[in-house]
Design a protein around this ligand. Structure first.
Ligand code: DGY
Length: 323
């Protein structure tokens, strides 16, 4: 029997590309150039499965192909708001994602950002590289203590919980949680955490706020100027979720006028474009969407896609089917 044909839209870790090629008739993107909407239309007509990732915008228009051959969009990444889910459903195209395997590494990166911004690691690194360090002194680059402080976690799924584990058990932080649905008290108890009913109540209580909710239209601008105003003036905001969750103009204003202590971002609205005001903020640490960027996580994400494909083409339900 012919192997199903599969398009991988970007370069993947080579061990996973090799494994995929053993099971499927695979077309790889060796140049790693992003596909256009026209390329996607062509792919939907040509391949049994398309394996996109979080930077591939798959709109209703891209899926509007008269003789679509694609039966599954097996996404490499946990977020899938870049895919028009209802357009895919109308065409009977399944969607899967890759949860769990990147939760620890993403939480590790959120901790990295929290420590960097609180302890002014970016400032220190820049000073050293510019040859401007004049030596140790009692008032040099004083930051903010992290251990024992109050951390508000917005979105208490797998990544939010990994963040709570690190912050509570590693740094003795007090964990407050905002989550749309009620969190099982047994889960909260693992981190001695307390769920707060609204963001309006949570924000004024926190020394640090870390975002771990999904992106998409529903959460666009969730952190706006009114909510930034509710934060303590020395509190820090961390975002490893999605750029659109924060109104970046409002954040830049809060940082420039020091109405909050600082922020640390791994994700940006419209990335890789950077809001010009953000680049001018010194009390901001920025990384280029590195949350899951470890060899271990990126390989595991690829193997998780492979598991989903194998289930799908064997006629059983893929474990990570999201639509
Ligand atoms: C995801 O998976 O959604 C991340 O943003 C990339 O790891």
């Amino acid at each position: 029997m012919a192997k199903p044909s599969v398009l991988v839209t970007r370069r993947w870790p080579s061990v996973v590309e090799q494994k995929l090629a053993e099971h499927y008739d695979v077309a790889l993107n060796r140049s790693d150039r992003p596909l256009s909407s026209a390329d996607f239309k062509e792919a939907i007509a040509k391949y049994d499965a398309v394996l996109p990732t979080v930077t591939d915008k798959i709109s209703a228009e891209a899926l509007d192909v008269p003789k679509a051959r694609t039966k599954i969009l097996a996404n490499y990444g946990v977020g899938f708001t870049h895919i028009d889910v209802s357009a895919a459903a109308r065409r009977g195209i399944a969607i899967t994602n890759t949860p769990d395997v990147l939760s620890e590494c993403t939480a590790d990166l959120a901790m990295t950002l929290m420590l960097m911004v609180a302890r002014r690691a970016g400032d220190g690194e820049r000073e050293l590289r510019a040859g401007q360090w004049t030596g140790w002194r009692p008032t040099h680059l004083m930051g903010t203590k992290v251990s024992g402080k109050v951390l508000g976690i917005v979105g208490f799924g797998r990544i939010g919980q990994e963040m709570a584990r690190r912050a509570h058990h590693g740094f003795g932080m007090h964990i407050l949680v905002y989550n749309r649905s009620p969190v099982d008290p047994a889960i909260l108890a693992r981190y001695n955490a307390r769920q707060i009913a609204t963001l309006e109540e949570l924000l004024p209580l926190c020394d640090f706020v870390s975002l771990h909710c999904p992106g998409g239209a529903e959460n666009r601008n969730m952190i706006n100027s009114a909510r930034l105003d509710l934060m303590k003036e020395d509190a820090f905001l961390i975002n490893t979720a999605r750029g659109e969750v924060i109104n970046e103009t409002a954040l830049a204003q809060a940082l420039m006028f020091n109405t909050i202590g600082g922020a640390a971002l791994d994700v940006f609205d419209g990335e890789p474009r950077l809001h010009p005001m953000l680049a001018q903020c010194d009390n901001l640490v920025m990384l280029p969407h590195l949350g899951s960027a470890t060899r271990e996580a990126r390989e595991a994400m690829g193997f998780r896609v492979l598991d989903n494909l194998n289930d799908f083409f064997a006629g059983s339900a893929p474990r990570d089917r999201v639509a």
